[in-house]
Design a protein around this ligand. Structure first.
Ligand code: COA
Length: 352
């Protein structure tokens, strides 16, 4: 068995900056409310018609591939994590293969649908392929284009002020050094909370949950007609919905739990962490986790103030930025952790 190392990393942040004040032209909100509750000052939005989740992912991937010092033709498997794919299907994995111009190699490509935990889930999946020696260069991408799929009306403000666009990517390679690379990953889910942070329509549920009237499903035996209804459009049901207080309450329990689980597996404690890169869900959540784990400011990296919550992209963007700033050095113990829709959560410990 090998260990997987992050041999290359890259990020892409779209150019357009959208401040909290900019959002006030679309919805009833204030800069003060957003900063106080989330710590977010601005986020970036991709350019409509010109950029997609896939194109942003491809740009981050090219940087990760260059950083790894390999050619894109060397990639032998692709893992793409996103909740805002270009198409419902096929997934961004195959689209990014085409975008990178490596489709002639016909390597496998999968999509991970684990939302804010998508990067950690993807990392764990990629790690298994590399550990066993099956693949030598796995490209893992987390990318999101939230700006195209949120409700910018006041009724969607609890969600739309939080999320931003961006992409991050890593290349995983095997090493024979058992002390380096990904030391452990831990994944969890509890589907009883599925609708607490979700984009439910369009979808194929068709009234299964007794919500025939709410979604305007036709009450007849004719097949079809349930995927997207006029009522869904009229009532803004095509946008993500979130039970913010429940997400907050559960996140601050699960983050420390899953970090401790990883540390315990390796007989380590929180003080051994050199750098915690939490999924950038909300600055208040990260600060809470930092307090519980008794970590200093130097041991936690946050950049949500600049980018908002970029879901599957947030960890690779933050990790790549922390490396560029010299905050992650060789030999450091890096902890990645995430929580999000599903609910799903996970952690990884990496010896850099
Ligand atoms: N601007 C102004 N007011 C807003 C607002 C906004 N953007 N969004 C919600 N509000 C209002 C609500 O309408 C509500 O008003 P009311 O009391 O008149 O009904 C009030 O603020 C409180 O709403 P609530 O949802 O209880 O707010 P909160 O204090 O829980 O803060 C979040 C909302 C979303 C910031 C908070 O719940 C949160 O951060 N949750 C976690 C979200 C998260 O991390 N998601 C990503 C998971 S990966």
């Amino acid at each position: 068995m090998f260990n997987s190392v992050i041999a290359g990393i890259g990020r892409y942040i779209p150019e357009r900056v959208v401040t909290n004040d900019d959002l006030t032209q679309y919805m009833d909100t204030t800069n003060e409310w957003i900063i106080e509750r989330t710590g977010i000052e601005e986020r970036h939005y991709a350019t409509k018609h010109k950029e997609t989740t896939t194109t942003m992912g491809a740009l981050a991937a090219e940087r990760a591939i260059a950083d790894a010092g390999i050619d894109k033709e060397d990639i032998d498997f692709i893992v793409f994590a996103t909740l805002s794919p270009d198409y419902f299907f096929p997934g961004c994995g195959v689209l990014v293969q085409r975008e990178l111009g490596i489709n002639h190699c016909e390597m496998g490509a999968i999509d991970i649908r684990n939302q804010c935990s998508g990067f950690i889930y993807g990392l764990s999946v990629a790690d298994q392929f590399v550990k066993t020696g099956m693949y030598k260069n796995v490209l893992l991408i987390g990318a999101e284009m939230h700006s195209m799929g949120m409700d910018f009306d006041t009724r969607g403000r609890n969600v739309s002020v939080i999320f931003g666009d961006g992409a991050g990517a890593v290349v995983l390679q095997p090493t024979e050094d058992p002390e380096r690379g990904i030391l452990t990953t831990h994944l969890h889910a509890n589907g009883s909370y599925a609708e607490e942070l979700a984009l439910i329509t369009p979808g194929s549920h068709g009234g299964y949950h007794g919500d025939i009237e709410k979604y305007g499903f036709p009450d007849n035996d004719h097949p079809g007609g349930i995927y997207l209804t006029q009522k869904m459009l009229d009532d803004h049901l095509i946008y993500p919905q979130m039970n913010g207080p429940l997400v907050f309450k559960t996140a601050v329990q699960k983050f420390p739990q899953v970090i401790h689980e990883a540390l315990t597996k390796l007989n380590l404690s929180a003080s051994d962490i050199d750098m915690l890169i939490p999924h950038q869900a909300n600055l208040r959540i990260s600060q809470f986790v930092q307090r519980v784990l008794k970590l200093s400011d130097d041991q936690v990296y946050n950049n949500i103030d600049k980018y908002g919550n970029t879901t599957a992209a947030s960890i690779p963007i933050a990790l790549s930025e922390a490396i560029d700033l010299g905050k992650v050095k060789e030999g450091d113990l890096v902890c990645l952790a995430a929580f999000g829709s599903g609910f799903t959560w996970g952690s990884a410990l990496i010896r850099w």
